[in-house]
Design a protein around this ligand. Structure first.
Ligand code: IMP
Length: 182
């Protein structure tokens, strides 16, 4: 285990099994259709990379980046698009892929934004859900794990750009971020 982490919350083998399960569900639900998976940078990159390989229907993927305000921020709720899609979404079946839904501000905004571009459908897939901190409602169609209100890192999730490459989801030791204004 990483020395900055308190404990393993979700081991690698459980993530793997969940990704396979989600991939099967998505493949079944979208049988006969073509998918556009939209990964939200940077956290969802690893999840998206594993997930698309478990999907058997024709699938494209692209990425968006939005302004991030940290997990415990008292944000105004404004979300800014830093990097938009390279492709159009009109008439396409979209699944937005996120690492974690926390306050819901990011995905509430993104779902609305993408819906306004006339896609055939928009669904949300997230590896982790922290429902206790929700401010804005988010309809999650594909969910990996519901987790308690603790700051987690690994499998794409970071603290100050670190720990993204850890293979499992770990609870970060609060000592790491205490007194740092986060
Ligand atoms: P939301 O808009 O509050 O739902 O925030 C979503 C974003 O906050 C995620 O994409 C993460 O970047 C970040 N975030 C929220 N909770 C955590 C956490 O426990 N660890 C790492 N990042 C987190």
């Amino acid at each position: 285990m990483h020395p900055d982490c308190e404990r393993i919350l979700i081991p690698e083998v459980e993530i793997r099994a969940k990704v396979v399960e989600l991939g099967r569900r998505i493949s079944k639900d979208y049988a006969g259709k073509e998918l556009l998976m939209i990964g939200i940078l940077k956290g969802a990159m690893i999840f998206l990379a594993d997930l698309v390989r478990e999907i058997s229907v024709p699938t494209r993927y692209d990425f968006m980046a939005v302004s991030s305000y940290g997990a415990s921020s008292k944000s105004s709720g404004k979300v800014r698009i830093l990097k938009d899609l390279a492709c159009g979404v009109e008439g396409r079946h979209i699944i937005i892929v996120e690492d974690i839904v926390d306050t819901g501000l990011t995905l509430n905004y993104l779902a609305e934004n993408l819906n306004s571009r006339d896609p055939a459908s928009v669904k949300i897939c997230t590896l982790l859900d922290k429902p206790s901190r929700r401010i804005k409602p988010v309809e999650i169609c594909y969910k990996g794990f519901v987790i308690p209100d603790e700051f987690v890192v690994g499998y794409g999730l970071d603290y100050s750009e670190r720990y993204r490459n850890l293979p499992c989801i770990m609870v970060l030791n609060p000592k790491v971020y205490m007194n740092k204004g986060e």
